[in-house]
Design a protein around this ligand. Structure first.
Ligand code: PLP
Length: 390
């Protein structure tokens, strides 16, 4: 089936041919409940009419002109993102890794402006920032770096959710120019930090004149119950990256900057052929309009609580559950053993789930998931986990 595709993924043996809302159908016509949403991408569900209409409309008018010229929809999308985020400006890319590359370049040039010739960005252990050489170097997971040395210099890793470790790293190295973190670590195992973690990072960055970079590629666009996860903390970062759900499946990434960070990159410093083209921007505008006009973001918090409570109740007393945790619709169920097998077991029952960091079931259902689907998800999954861990 995939013999001419480079084997970079361990794929499940299923191919989907159609989707609608939270449902997918495979090439044999079997139906699946999608609690992965393309890894936090299809938050409005599959085949959403607003996205469909935007793409049809725009594909008839104009797909691409180049960033050599003004792009009206890009300007409109930037205005919407700025209004929703509290940031000052945006660079558009085509993926999460690319958005993070822009963030890293901002941090480095900001360092050079401060007279630091070898700027270092502090990132977290168990973090995930992408697969390009720069973002792979930023990532705090030695398993996925294996075989790709030499990695880029200029990154230093500290434990996540550990403010004293950050303080010590800053004190030990005068070349540090930025702290980069995910508000909740996704790939790393749905790791939710202390409630004031981001506030403490903000304070450290202010005190030491560092840029605070938040990778909201997975947490952003409403997934945690706020448009951006930092909005739970009442702070603003200096740089924030988004991608995944921004286009509901149409590739688009964004690097947002504020204040001094918004002034770092100038003409000729960075670019992208496709970044922010009219087609991608039309999809993202439709996504933002639908999300903000619907109450779906606030509901993400409620639905997340509902799923958490249902799983907690169904799995109460199971000694193999280490923890069930969530921030909105980013949900992790950590077991005391590797549980990647559960993905195939769930698939056989018509349910799509993900396992990350070996031991943690990760659920990223679409924000449009309804009560009946939540019941199906939690009942099916709880039964599977009971079976598996017996
Ligand atoms: C998915 C992800 C990325 C990488 O995004 P790509 O679009 O795959 O390049 C980076 N950071 C986080 C937190 C992610 O979840």
């Amino acid at each position: 089936m995939t013999s001419h595709i480079m084997p970079t993924y361990a794929r499940q043996s299923v191919t989907f041919s159609r989707g609608e809302g939270a449902w997918l159908w495979d090439s044999e016509g079997r139906r699946y409940l999608d609690a992965v949403a393309g890894i936090a991408v299809c938050s409005l569900g599959h085949a959403h009419p607003a996205v469909h209409e935007a793409l049809c409309r725009q594909s008839k008018i104009l797909l691409h002109t180049s960033n050599l010229y003004g792009v009206e929809l890009q300007a409109q999308l930037a205005d919407r993102l700025i209004a929703l985020s509290g940031m000052d400006n945006v660079f558009f890319a085509n993926s999460g890794a690319e958005a993070n590359e822009a963030a890293i370049k901002i941090a480095r040039k900001y360092g050079h402006q401060r007279g630091i010739d070898n700027p270092v960005v502090l990132t977290m252990e168990k973090s995930f920032h992408g697969r390009t050489m720069g973002t792979l170097s930023a990532t705090g997971n030695s398993k996925i770096k294996q075989g790709f040395a030499p990695l880029l210099a200029g990154f230093s890793h500290v434990p996540y959710n550990d403010i004293p470790a950050l303080e010590a790293a800053i004190a030990a190295d005068g070349n540090i120019v930025a702290i980069m973190a995910e508000p909740v670590q996704g790939e790393g195992g749905v790791n939710i930090p202390a409630a004031d973690y981001l506030n403490r990072i903000r304070e450290l960055c202010d005190r030491h004149n560092l840029l605070m970079i938040l990778d909201e590629i997975q947490t952003g666009v409403g997934r945690t119950g706020k448009f951006l996860a930092y909005q739970h903390n009442g702070i603003l970062p200096d740089v924030c990256t988004m991608a995944k759900a921004l286009g509901n499946g149409v590739p688009i990434g964004a690097c947002l900057a504020r204040g001094k960070a918004a002034e770092v990159l100038t003409a000729g410093n960075h670019g992208s052929t496709f970044g922010g083209n009219p087609l991608a921007c039309s999809a993202a505008l439709a996504v933002l309009e639908t999300l903000t006009g619907s109450g779906l973001i606030a509901q993400a918090a409620e639905k997340g609580e509902k799923i958490h409570a249902a799983l907690q109740q169904a799995l109460a007393g199971n000694p193999h559950i280490v923890s069930i945790r969530n921030k909105g619709l980013m949900i992790g169920i950590e077991l005391d053993r590797p549980c990647a097998q559960l993905v195939g077991m769930a698939l056989a029952q018509g349910l799509l789930i993900n396992v990350t960091a070996d031991n943690t079931i990760r659920l990223l259902p679409p924000l449009i998931i309804d009560d009946a689907q939540i019941a199906t998800l939690t009942e099916t999954l709880a039964a599977l986990i009971q079976d598996f861990s017996r």
